[in-house]
Design a protein around this ligand. Structure first.
Ligand SMILES: Nc1ncnc2c1ncn2[C@@H]1O[C@H](COP(=O)(O)OP(=O)(O)OP(=O)(O)O)[C@@H](O)[C@H]1O
Length: 348
């Protein structure tokens, strides 16, 4: 499937501002981004629930964006399970087949197979209200896949479930995707979910795609400060490349960072670091060994302590420490230079 310059405006507001993406058959794609970035809008446009205001959607080379949702025939799974409360599980799962006029014997066999896949075969005669949240979401998945759709669309399907069930269902969703060989587009704001499920992740911000890549590519080499944010680079510090171009001048000190090599002297930069790669120890920094900050909070998380410290300008740094540190104490904050990212002129 191909999204070509997908646009959706609400009045003057452009919720989708030119999305280009090719999805291969059998791929599992995660659309990842903060609340309001346009993920659900993109999914609803693909499903046909929202008309486009520009661009095109092609399936096997044919434009489908003028088709009604039922003509596209995609399977949809929403955050709310959207089951019919007065219909049995079997009837819920079979609804799409009945609409398509699939003969009864075939429909029954396909309902059996779908319920088997989501491990609910024995629950078919119950009503949705008699099932747990996780079971209801599995019914919704069975209903989406029983029609053998060319594309399965999922919008935060796990966000109503508790943490343990979310992990179990995550594995099941991937297993079902493999088992039926479907193409799946999955909307989430949870980077763990995206990293563990997807073949490729599409990171969105403000209605545009920031980066597309495999989980490894995005985790190791985010190309934009927004993507880094999503991949766990929690600390972002604004600074400038020093006059001789060898270091980065930041609040609380200067750092020698290989990633800054090649940038012009004076270039404004954002430095991004993960908490586990930013080590705090007692003392004050001097001469490029780290930044000086003041401990704001600290807690033990097994193995190590994690906390936050304020730089002189108030910027918060999220750090790891090998022993506890008193609140209010001055600390040296030393990032692992090889794991520190630098972005030009992208600070907020
Ligand atoms: N029907 C609508 N009318 C006006 N604005 C809308 C409409 N639907 C969405 N928007 C706006 O478009 C933007 C994108 O919304 P969308 O629901 O796609 O975001 P999202 O990334 O899915 O966020 P969330 O994770 O919170 O669901 C938001 O700013 C939202 O307010």
């Amino acid at each position: 499937m191909e999204l070509a310059g997908l646009e959706r405006a609400f009045g003057a507001y452009r919720a989708l501002d030119g999305l280009d993406l090719t999805v291969e058959r059998g791929e599992f794609i995660a659309l990842l981004g903060p609340s309001g970035c346009g993920k659900s809008t993109a999914l609803n446009c693909i499903a046909g629930l929202l008309p486009l205001t520009g661009g095109a959607i092609l399936l096997d080379g044919k434009p489908i964006h003028e088709l009604a949702p039922e003509e596209r025939g995609f399977g949809m799974v929403f955050q709310s399970y959207a089951l019919f409360p007065h219909m049995t599980i079997r009837k819920n799962v079979g609804f799409g087949l009945a609409m398509q006029g699939v003969p009864k014997a075939e429909a029954e066999a396909r309902i059996d197979a779908a319920l088997d896949l989501v491990r609910l075969k024995s629950q078919g005669d119950k009503l949705p209200g008699q099932l747990s949240g996780g079971q209801q979401q599995r019914v919704a998945i069975a209903r989406a896949i029983v029609i053998r759709p060319p594309l399965v669309l999922m919008d935060e399907p796990l966000s109503n479930l508790d943490a343990k069930l979310r992990l179990e269902m995550r594995a099941e969703i991937r297993a079902i995707h493999e088992a039926i060989g479907s193409t799946t587009i999955y909307v989430t704001h949870d980077q763990d979910e995206a990293l563990s499920l997807a073949d490729r992740i599409v990171v969105m911000a403000n209605g545009v795609i920031r980066q597309v890549g495999t989980p490894e590519e995005l985790y190791e080499r985010p190309n934009h400060v927004d993507v880094a944010d999503f991949m766990g680079f929690r600390t972002r510090i604004l600074g400038r490349v020093t006059a001789d171009g060898s270091m980065v001048e930041l609040p609380g000190g200067r750092l020698a960072l290989p990633a800054a090599r090649g940038l012009r002297a004076g270039t404004p930069v954002t430095v991004s670091v993960r908490p586990e790669d930013f080590v705090a120890s007692k003392g004050e920094a001097r001469g490029g060994d780290g930044l000086t900050g003041t401990v704001r909070s600290i807690e033990y998380r097994g193995r190590a302590w994690f906390g936050s410290a304020a730089l002189p300008d108030g910027t918060l740094v999220y750090f790891r420490a090998d022993s506890t540190l008193p609140q209010g104490a001055p600390v040296i904050l030393a990032p692992d230079p090889a794991r520190t990212l630098i972005f030009e002129e992208t600070g907020r």
